[in-house]
Design a protein around this ligand. Structure first.
Ligand code: NAG
Ligand code: NAG
Ligand code: NAG
Length: 269
């Protein structure tokens, strides 16, 4: 019982109390306690903290004062004052929610040495640039949400990715390597709707869902979804393809879908 009380205090009360004392702590430049919370392997904060828990950048408020750090998750949504870069993350962070801020750029340093990260959500920022290696040192990253940003191109993606959402950006076909997704053998959900793509990138066999709606795609071939030379091939995993709002007449390409169990959602005229 005492343990449970301690845990509740550490996970709920401390961030709550800190939210009231942020200003004072900052003004007095005191060393805040929450800064030193460590997470164990189940993602729960441990009592004994060390000072390296948060590598603080100079002149910045510690992440867990700006954001809520709870059980291996860091929540930084609509942070005020404006957050323009990825904050330093506590060790062992598994989930980062940094939606609706003003982050402009993701650099190779931002997620270096964060092998514990499993989900990153950067929806609704102002990201126009991502350094090519930024997500490559994340062997356990399964979900990445970059929707509603200003990207024209994509960086290299880590191989364990299961969900990837880059819808509502400005992606151009020159900025998305044709093979960008091909080697992601776990990728099941791919959302690329509302961009400026003119071609469909190569799609891995593992895909269940692919959204390509509201782009500028004007051609597809027998190889886009199927294997043109093999009429026995069936792509049974892929059960939702969205191609609506593209300058393409899907009834002109009936052979392009013969391997699918259901027709793409789109325009048949
Ligand atoms: C990404 O974020 C948007 C906006 O919150 C949400 O609608 C979408 O489902 C998210 N994508 C994934 C793959 O979770
Ligand atoms: C179809 O084409 C691919 C690549 O061009 C080739 O690797 C494969 O062996 C061909 N399959 C058949 C059944 O001809
Ligand atoms: C779409 O393609 C079909 C089959 O070729 C054709 O009959 C139809 O007129 C086309 N519609 C438009 C709007 O281009």
């Amino acid at each position: 019982m005492k343990q449970l009380t301690t845990l509740i205090f550490a996970t709920v009360m401390v961030p709550w109390i800190m939210s009231f004392t942020v200003k004072d702590e900052y003004m007095e430049a005191k060393k805040p306690k929450i800064d030193t919370v460590n997470y164990d392997h189940d993602g729960f904060p441990q009592d004994s903290g060390t000072d390296q828990a948060v590598a603080r950048k100079p002149n910045e408020l510690p992440t867990c004062l700006l954001c809520v750090c709870l059980s291996g998750s860091v929540y930084c949504e609509e942070v005020s004052p404006e957050m323009t870069a990825v904050p330093a993350l506590p060790k062992e962070t598994a989930y980062l929610y940094a939606r609706f801020n003003k982050i402009r750029k993701i650099s190779n340093r931002d997620f270096a040495d964060m092998a514990t990260l499993r989900r990153i959500d950067l929806t609704g920022n102002s990201i126009s640039e991502i350094e090519d290696g930024a997500f490559l040192k994340l062997p356990n990253l399964e979900e990445l949400n970059l929707s509603q940003n200003r990207l024209t191109k994509l960086p290299a993606l880590p191989t364990k990715l299961h969900f990837f959402d880059a819808s509502f950006n400005r992606l151009k076909t020159q900025g998305v390597k044709a093979t960008a997704f091909k080697k992601l053998t776990k990728l099941a959900y791919l959302y690329l709707g509302n961009n400026e793509l003119t071609a469909v990138p190569q799609l891995p066999e593992s895909l269940h869902v692919v959204y390509l709606n509201n782009n500028k795609i004007s051609t597809i071939t027998d190889e886009t979804f199927c294997k043109g030379n093999n009429s026995y091939y069936i792509r049974s995993q892929l059960d939702e393809v969205r191609l609506n709002e593209n300058p393409i007449n899907l009834s002109e390409n009936p052979n392009s879908f013969i391997c699918l169990l259901s027709l793409p959602i789109g325009w048949y005229k």
